[in-house]
Design a protein around this ligand. Sequence first.
Ligand code: FES
Ligand SMILES: [Fe+2]
Length: 364
Amino acid sequence: MTNATTAAHVTSPYFARNQWYVAAYGTEIGRDLFTRTVCGESILFWRTGAGEVTAMADRCVHRRFPLSEKPSRLDGDTVVCGYHGFTYGADGVCVSVPGQKRVPRTARLATYAVKEQDSFVWVWIGDGDRADEGLIPRAPWLDSERYSTVYGMEPLAARYGLLVDNLLDLSHETYLHGGYIGTPEVAETPITTEVDDAAGVVHVSRHMDDAACPPFYAKSTGIEGRITRWQDIEYHAPCLYLLHSRIAPVGTPGPAADGSDPDAFHVEVVYAITPETEHTTHDFWAVARDFALGDEEVSAFLAQNNRTVVLQDVVALDRLETVIASEPEGTQELSINIDTGGLAARRILRRLVEEGAGTGTAAL
Ligand code: FES
Ligand SMILES: [Fe+2]
Protein backbone atom coordinates (compact mmCIF):
# COMPACT_ATOMS: atom_id res chain seq x y z
CA MET A 1 0.00 0.00 0.00
CA THR A 2 1.49 3.30 -1.00
CA ASN A 3 0.62 6.54 0.68
CA ALA A 4 -2.19 8.12 -1.20
CA THR A 5 -2.05 11.62 -2.49
CA THR A 6 -4.73 12.71 -4.85
CA ALA A 7 -4.09 12.31 -8.53
CA ALA A 8 -4.62 14.93 -11.17
CA HIS A 9 -7.84 14.34 -12.98
CA VAL A 10 -10.41 15.82 -15.22
CA THR A 11 -13.71 15.17 -13.48
CA SER A 12 -15.85 13.27 -15.89
CA PRO A 13 -19.60 13.01 -15.66
CA TYR A 14 -19.24 9.34 -16.60
CA PHE A 15 -17.04 7.90 -13.86
CA ALA A 16 -17.87 7.18 -10.26
CA ARG A 17 -14.96 8.65 -8.31
CA ASN A 18 -14.02 7.84 -4.73
CA GLN A 19 -14.30 4.17 -5.53
CA TRP A 20 -12.04 1.14 -5.74
CA TYR A 21 -11.41 -0.37 -9.16
CA VAL A 22 -9.56 -3.45 -10.32
CA ALA A 23 -6.54 -2.23 -12.26
CA ALA A 24 -4.82 -5.55 -12.95
CA TYR A 25 -4.23 -9.09 -11.86
CA GLY A 26 -1.38 -9.33 -9.36
CA THR A 27 0.38 -11.61 -11.83
CA GLU A 28 0.57 -8.77 -14.37
CA ILE A 29 2.72 -6.58 -12.17
CA GLY A 30 6.34 -7.39 -11.43
CA ARG A 31 9.72 -5.74 -11.82
CA ASP A 32 8.76 -4.22 -15.17
CA LEU A 33 7.04 -0.89 -15.59
CA PHE A 34 3.36 -1.52 -16.28
CA THR A 35 0.72 0.98 -17.29
CA ARG A 36 -3.04 0.92 -17.28
CA THR A 37 -5.59 3.68 -17.66
CA VAL A 38 -8.42 3.65 -15.12
CA CYS A 39 -11.26 6.19 -15.30
CA GLY A 40 -9.21 8.26 -17.72
CA GLU A 41 -6.12 8.35 -15.45
CA SER A 42 -2.89 6.81 -16.79
CA ILE A 43 -1.31 4.95 -13.91
CA LEU A 44 2.14 3.41 -13.62
CA PHE A 45 2.45 0.19 -11.60
CA TRP A 46 5.52 -1.71 -10.45
CA ARG A 47 6.64 -3.88 -7.58
CA THR A 48 9.32 -2.78 -5.17
CA GLY A 49 12.21 -5.11 -4.36
CA ALA A 50 10.18 -6.13 -1.29
CA GLY A 51 7.24 -7.15 -3.51
CA GLU A 52 4.85 -4.27 -2.76
CA VAL A 53 2.76 -2.95 -5.63
CA THR A 54 3.08 0.80 -6.14
CA ALA A 55 0.84 3.03 -8.24
CA MET A 56 1.64 6.54 -9.43
CA ALA A 57 0.86 8.87 -12.29
CA ASP A 58 2.37 7.62 -15.53
CA ARG A 59 3.51 11.09 -16.59
CA CYS A 60 6.84 12.65 -15.72
CA VAL A 61 6.37 16.04 -14.04
CA HIS A 62 9.06 17.53 -16.29
CA ARG A 63 7.73 17.25 -19.83
CA ARG A 64 5.00 14.64 -19.30
CA PHE A 65 6.89 11.73 -20.85
CA PRO A 66 5.12 8.45 -19.94
CA LEU A 67 7.24 6.70 -17.34
CA SER A 68 6.05 3.33 -18.62
CA GLU A 69 7.57 4.08 -22.03
CA LYS A 70 11.03 2.84 -22.96
CA PRO A 71 13.75 3.87 -22.35
CA SER A 72 12.28 4.75 -18.92
CA ARG A 73 13.35 2.04 -16.50
CA LEU A 74 13.37 0.76 -12.95
CA ASP A 75 16.61 1.19 -11.05
CA GLY A 76 16.25 -0.61 -7.72
CA ASP A 77 13.26 1.04 -6.07
CA THR A 78 13.36 4.13 -8.27
CA VAL A 79 11.96 4.94 -11.71
CA VAL A 80 14.19 6.80 -14.11
CA CYS A 81 12.39 8.82 -16.78
CA GLY A 82 13.59 7.81 -20.23
CA TYR A 83 13.54 11.34 -21.60
CA HIS A 84 15.85 13.46 -19.38
CA GLY A 85 16.38 11.28 -16.33
CA PHE A 86 14.15 12.67 -13.56
CA THR A 87 14.22 9.89 -10.96
CA TYR A 88 11.35 9.03 -8.59
CA GLY A 89 11.06 6.85 -5.49
CA ALA A 90 8.26 4.40 -4.68
CA ASP A 91 6.45 7.24 -2.89
CA GLY A 92 6.42 9.27 -6.14
CA VAL A 93 8.85 11.88 -4.79
CA CYS A 94 11.53 12.96 -7.24
CA VAL A 95 14.96 12.23 -5.80
CA SER A 96 17.18 13.55 -8.56
CA VAL A 97 17.08 15.73 -11.65
CA PRO A 98 19.82 16.20 -14.23
CA GLY A 99 22.24 19.14 -14.18
CA GLN A 100 21.51 20.53 -10.69
CA LYS A 101 21.71 19.45 -7.07
CA ARG A 102 18.48 21.00 -5.91
CA VAL A 103 15.34 19.00 -6.66
CA PRO A 104 12.28 21.27 -6.95
CA ARG A 105 10.00 20.77 -3.96
CA THR A 106 6.97 20.24 -6.17
CA ALA A 107 8.65 17.51 -8.22
CA ARG A 108 6.54 14.55 -7.19
CA LEU A 109 4.13 12.22 -8.89
CA ALA A 110 0.60 11.78 -7.64
CA THR A 111 0.35 8.35 -6.05
CA TYR A 112 -2.64 6.10 -5.63
CA ALA A 113 -3.80 3.86 -2.82
CA VAL A 114 -3.47 0.26 -3.96
CA LYS A 115 -4.44 -3.03 -2.38
CA GLU A 116 -3.66 -6.51 -3.61
CA GLN A 117 -6.51 -8.84 -2.69
CA ASP A 118 -8.16 -11.96 -4.12
CA SER A 119 -5.59 -12.01 -6.94
CA PHE A 120 -6.58 -8.52 -8.10
CA VAL A 121 -4.74 -5.22 -7.74
CA TRP A 122 -7.32 -2.65 -6.63
CA VAL A 123 -6.69 1.04 -7.07
CA TRP A 124 -8.57 3.91 -5.44
CA ILE A 125 -9.72 6.57 -7.88
CA GLY A 126 -10.54 9.78 -6.08
CA ASP A 127 -9.64 11.60 -2.92
CA GLY A 128 -6.82 9.58 -1.36
CA ASP A 129 -7.81 10.51 2.19
CA ARG A 130 -11.00 8.56 1.73
CA ALA A 131 -9.44 5.31 0.51
CA ASP A 132 -10.77 2.72 2.95
CA GLU A 133 -9.60 -0.82 2.18
CA GLY A 134 -12.54 -2.18 4.12
CA LEU A 135 -14.82 -1.01 1.30
CA ILE A 136 -13.27 -3.32 -1.29
CA PRO A 137 -15.72 -6.10 -2.17
CA ARG A 138 -14.33 -9.64 -1.91
CA ALA A 139 -13.91 -12.46 -4.39
CA PRO A 140 -12.18 -15.01 -2.16
CA TRP A 141 -12.52 -17.97 -4.55
CA LEU A 142 -9.92 -16.62 -6.92
CA ASP A 143 -6.96 -17.43 -4.72
CA SER A 144 -8.52 -20.21 -2.65
CA GLU A 145 -6.96 -23.68 -2.66
CA ARG A 146 -10.44 -25.16 -2.71
CA TYR A 147 -11.05 -23.77 -6.20
CA SER A 148 -9.31 -23.96 -9.56
CA THR A 149 -9.46 -20.71 -11.46
CA VAL A 150 -8.96 -19.58 -15.04
CA TYR A 151 -8.95 -15.91 -15.89
CA GLY A 152 -8.29 -13.24 -18.49
CA MET A 153 -9.06 -9.70 -19.56
CA GLU A 154 -10.49 -8.45 -22.81
CA PRO A 155 -10.42 -4.83 -23.92
CA LEU A 156 -13.86 -3.51 -24.73
CA ALA A 157 -14.44 -0.59 -27.10
CA ALA A 158 -17.64 0.31 -25.32
CA ARG A 159 -18.63 2.33 -22.26
CA TYR A 160 -18.66 0.37 -18.99
CA GLY A 161 -22.39 0.85 -18.50
CA LEU A 162 -23.06 -1.44 -21.45
CA LEU A 163 -21.12 -4.25 -19.79
CA VAL A 164 -23.04 -3.70 -16.54
CA ASP A 165 -26.32 -3.97 -18.47
CA ASN A 166 -25.05 -7.07 -20.21
CA LEU A 167 -24.00 -8.95 -17.10
CA LEU A 168 -27.08 -8.10 -15.06
CA ASP A 169 -29.40 -9.57 -17.65
CA LEU A 170 -28.32 -13.12 -18.41
CA SER A 171 -31.36 -13.84 -20.58
CA HIS A 172 -29.02 -12.84 -23.40
CA GLU A 173 -27.16 -16.14 -22.88
CA THR A 174 -29.91 -17.94 -24.76
CA TYR A 175 -29.41 -15.82 -27.86
CA LEU A 176 -25.87 -14.48 -27.87
CA HIS A 177 -24.23 -17.54 -26.29
CA GLY A 178 -26.39 -20.40 -27.59
CA GLY A 179 -24.27 -23.56 -27.90
CA TYR A 180 -21.92 -22.37 -25.15
CA ILE A 181 -23.70 -21.36 -21.94
CA GLY A 182 -27.16 -20.48 -23.24
CA THR A 183 -30.17 -22.80 -23.32
CA PRO A 184 -33.86 -21.90 -23.83
CA GLU A 185 -34.58 -22.14 -20.09
CA VAL A 186 -32.40 -19.15 -19.23
CA ALA A 187 -34.53 -16.71 -21.20
CA GLU A 188 -37.77 -18.48 -20.21
CA THR A 189 -37.24 -18.43 -16.44
CA PRO A 190 -38.26 -15.27 -14.59
CA ILE A 191 -35.81 -13.50 -12.31
CA THR A 192 -36.08 -12.12 -8.81
CA THR A 193 -34.28 -8.88 -8.06
CA GLU A 194 -33.27 -7.35 -4.74
CA VAL A 195 -31.58 -4.01 -4.43
CA ASP A 196 -29.63 -2.62 -1.51
CA ASP A 197 -29.41 1.00 -2.58
CA ALA A 198 -27.44 2.13 0.44
CA ALA A 199 -24.75 -0.51 -0.02
CA GLY A 200 -24.82 -0.16 -3.82
CA VAL A 201 -25.48 -3.87 -4.35
CA VAL A 202 -27.90 -5.51 -6.78
CA HIS A 203 -28.94 -9.16 -6.49
CA VAL A 204 -30.53 -10.94 -9.44
CA SER A 205 -31.48 -14.61 -9.18
CA ARG A 206 -32.76 -17.11 -11.65
CA HIS A 207 -33.35 -20.69 -10.51
CA MET A 208 -34.06 -23.25 -13.22
CA ASP A 209 -35.46 -26.53 -11.83
CA ASP A 210 -35.17 -28.63 -14.94
CA ALA A 211 -32.96 -27.32 -17.71
CA ALA A 212 -30.75 -28.56 -20.51
CA CYS A 213 -27.08 -28.66 -19.55
CA PRO A 214 -25.11 -26.38 -21.87
CA PRO A 215 -21.74 -27.61 -23.21
CA PHE A 216 -19.84 -25.26 -20.88
CA TYR A 217 -21.08 -27.23 -17.86
CA ALA A 218 -21.67 -30.66 -19.47
CA LYS A 219 -18.07 -30.97 -20.63
CA SER A 220 -16.52 -29.59 -17.46
CA THR A 221 -18.65 -31.50 -14.93
CA GLY A 222 -19.37 -34.68 -16.90
CA ILE A 223 -23.12 -34.37 -16.27
CA GLU A 224 -25.07 -35.97 -19.12
CA GLY A 225 -28.74 -35.40 -18.30
CA ARG A 226 -30.83 -32.41 -17.33
CA ILE A 227 -29.87 -30.14 -14.50
CA THR A 228 -31.09 -27.76 -11.89
CA ARG A 229 -29.22 -24.56 -12.61
CA TRP A 230 -29.06 -21.59 -10.30
CA GLN A 231 -27.69 -18.22 -11.25
CA ASP A 232 -27.32 -15.87 -8.30
CA ILE A 233 -25.79 -12.53 -9.22
CA GLU A 234 -24.32 -10.00 -6.82
CA TYR A 235 -23.23 -6.74 -8.41
CA HIS A 236 -21.21 -4.48 -6.16
CA ALA A 237 -21.25 -1.15 -7.96
CA PRO A 238 -19.28 0.09 -9.66
CA CYS A 239 -16.66 -2.57 -10.35
CA LEU A 240 -17.24 -6.08 -9.05
CA TYR A 241 -19.73 -8.59 -10.42
CA LEU A 242 -20.15 -12.07 -8.96
CA LEU A 243 -22.20 -14.86 -10.47
CA HIS A 244 -22.69 -17.78 -8.09
CA SER A 245 -23.57 -20.65 -10.38
CA ARG A 246 -24.86 -23.96 -8.98
CA ILE A 247 -25.31 -26.95 -11.27
CA ALA A 248 -26.62 -30.38 -10.26
CA PRO A 249 -28.37 -33.30 -11.94
CA VAL A 250 -32.16 -32.99 -11.56
CA GLY A 251 -33.22 -34.65 -8.29
CA THR A 252 -30.05 -33.77 -6.39
CA PRO A 253 -30.92 -32.51 -2.89
CA GLY A 254 -30.49 -28.79 -2.33
CA PRO A 255 -27.90 -27.25 -0.03
CA ALA A 256 -28.08 -28.26 3.64
CA ALA A 257 -29.04 -25.77 6.34
CA ASP A 258 -25.36 -25.24 7.17
CA GLY A 259 -24.69 -24.25 3.56
CA SER A 260 -22.86 -27.46 2.62
CA ASP A 261 -23.80 -28.73 -0.80
CA PRO A 262 -21.56 -31.68 -1.61
CA ASP A 263 -23.56 -33.17 -4.48
CA ALA A 264 -23.68 -30.01 -6.62
CA PHE A 265 -21.07 -28.34 -8.77
CA HIS A 266 -20.28 -24.71 -8.05
CA VAL A 267 -18.75 -22.16 -10.36
CA GLU A 268 -17.99 -18.65 -9.22
CA VAL A 269 -17.86 -16.37 -12.24
CA VAL A 270 -16.23 -13.05 -11.43
CA TYR A 271 -16.06 -9.95 -13.56
CA ALA A 272 -14.35 -6.69 -12.79
CA ILE A 273 -15.76 -3.88 -14.88
CA THR A 274 -13.18 -1.12 -14.98
CA PRO A 275 -13.72 1.99 -17.07
CA GLU A 276 -10.63 2.86 -19.10
CA THR A 277 -11.98 5.95 -20.87
CA GLU A 278 -15.51 7.19 -21.36
CA HIS A 279 -15.89 4.84 -24.30
CA THR A 280 -13.61 1.91 -23.47
CA THR A 281 -13.54 -0.65 -20.66
CA HIS A 282 -11.27 -3.31 -19.17
CA ASP A 283 -13.33 -6.50 -19.05
CA PHE A 284 -11.66 -8.73 -16.44
CA TRP A 285 -13.17 -12.22 -16.18
CA ALA A 286 -12.43 -15.23 -14.00
CA VAL A 287 -14.06 -18.64 -13.58
CA ALA A 288 -13.42 -20.50 -10.32
CA ARG A 289 -14.75 -24.06 -9.86
CA ASP A 290 -14.92 -26.41 -6.90
CA PHE A 291 -14.60 -29.61 -8.95
CA ALA A 292 -11.96 -31.19 -11.22
CA LEU A 293 -9.43 -29.34 -9.11
CA GLY A 294 -6.09 -29.00 -10.83
CA ASP A 295 -7.37 -30.82 -13.94
CA GLU A 296 -5.50 -29.06 -16.75
CA GLU A 297 -7.81 -30.31 -19.46
CA VAL A 298 -10.89 -28.91 -17.71
CA SER A 299 -9.04 -25.65 -17.04
CA ALA A 300 -8.03 -25.32 -20.69
CA PHE A 301 -11.59 -26.05 -21.82
CA LEU A 302 -13.17 -23.53 -19.44
CA ALA A 303 -10.59 -20.86 -20.24
CA GLN A 304 -11.05 -21.21 -23.96
CA ASN A 305 -14.83 -21.52 -23.74
CA ASN A 306 -15.30 -18.59 -21.40
CA ARG A 307 -13.01 -16.39 -23.45
CA THR A 308 -15.11 -17.22 -26.51
CA VAL A 309 -18.25 -16.24 -24.60
CA VAL A 310 -16.66 -13.00 -23.39
CA LEU A 311 -15.61 -12.18 -26.95
CA GLN A 312 -19.19 -12.76 -28.15
CA ASP A 313 -20.23 -10.06 -25.68
CA VAL A 314 -17.32 -7.83 -26.73
CA VAL A 315 -18.35 -7.96 -30.39
CA ALA A 316 -21.97 -7.16 -29.54
CA LEU A 317 -21.15 -4.35 -27.10
CA ASP A 318 -18.54 -2.77 -29.38
CA ARG A 319 -21.21 -2.64 -32.05
CA LEU A 320 -23.75 -1.24 -29.61
CA GLU A 321 -21.29 1.50 -28.63
CA THR A 322 -21.03 2.67 -32.25
CA VAL A 323 -24.83 2.71 -32.50
CA ILE A 324 -25.31 4.67 -29.28
CA ALA A 325 -22.52 7.11 -30.12
CA SER A 326 -24.23 7.85 -33.44
CA GLU A 327 -27.65 8.53 -31.96
CA PRO A 328 -28.86 11.69 -30.24
CA GLU A 329 -28.59 11.60 -26.46
CA GLY A 330 -31.86 10.58 -24.86
CA THR A 331 -32.88 8.22 -27.66
CA GLN A 332 -35.56 5.98 -26.15
CA GLU A 333 -35.07 2.37 -25.13
CA LEU A 334 -37.82 0.01 -24.07
CA SER A 335 -37.29 -1.94 -20.87
CA ILE A 336 -39.10 -5.08 -19.67
CA ASN A 337 -38.98 -7.36 -16.60
CA ILE A 338 -35.57 -8.83 -17.47
CA ASP A 339 -34.07 -5.34 -17.18
CA THR A 340 -35.00 -4.81 -13.52
CA GLY A 341 -31.49 -5.55 -12.25
CA GLY A 342 -29.79 -3.50 -14.94
CA LEU A 343 -32.04 -0.51 -14.29
CA ALA A 344 -31.30 -0.71 -10.56
CA ALA A 345 -27.58 -0.80 -11.34
CA ARG A 346 -27.89 2.26 -13.57
CA ARG A 347 -29.68 4.12 -10.79
CA ILE A 348 -26.93 3.27 -8.29
CA LEU A 349 -24.19 4.20 -10.76
CA ARG A 350 -25.84 7.54 -11.46
CA ARG A 351 -25.85 8.27 -7.74
CA LEU A 352 -22.21 7.22 -7.31
CA VAL A 353 -21.17 9.41 -10.24
CA GLU A 354 -23.01 12.37 -8.74
CA GLU A 355 -21.58 11.78 -5.26
CA GLY A 356 -18.04 11.52 -6.57
CA ALA A 357 -18.17 14.52 -8.87
CA GLY A 358 -15.88 17.42 -8.11
CA THR A 359 -14.38 15.98 -4.94
CA GLY A 360 -10.80 15.64 -6.12
CA THR A 361 -8.05 18.21 -5.62
CA ALA A 362 -5.62 19.45 -8.19
CA ALA A 363 -2.31 17.71 -8.80
CA LEU A 364 0.56 18.57 -6.52
S1 FES B 1 10.10 14.36 -19.44
FE1 FES B 1 10.85 13.12 -17.86
S2 FES B 1 12.78 13.92 -17.44
FE2 FES B 1 12.05 15.22 -19.00
FE1 LIG C 1 -22.72 -12.52 -22.18
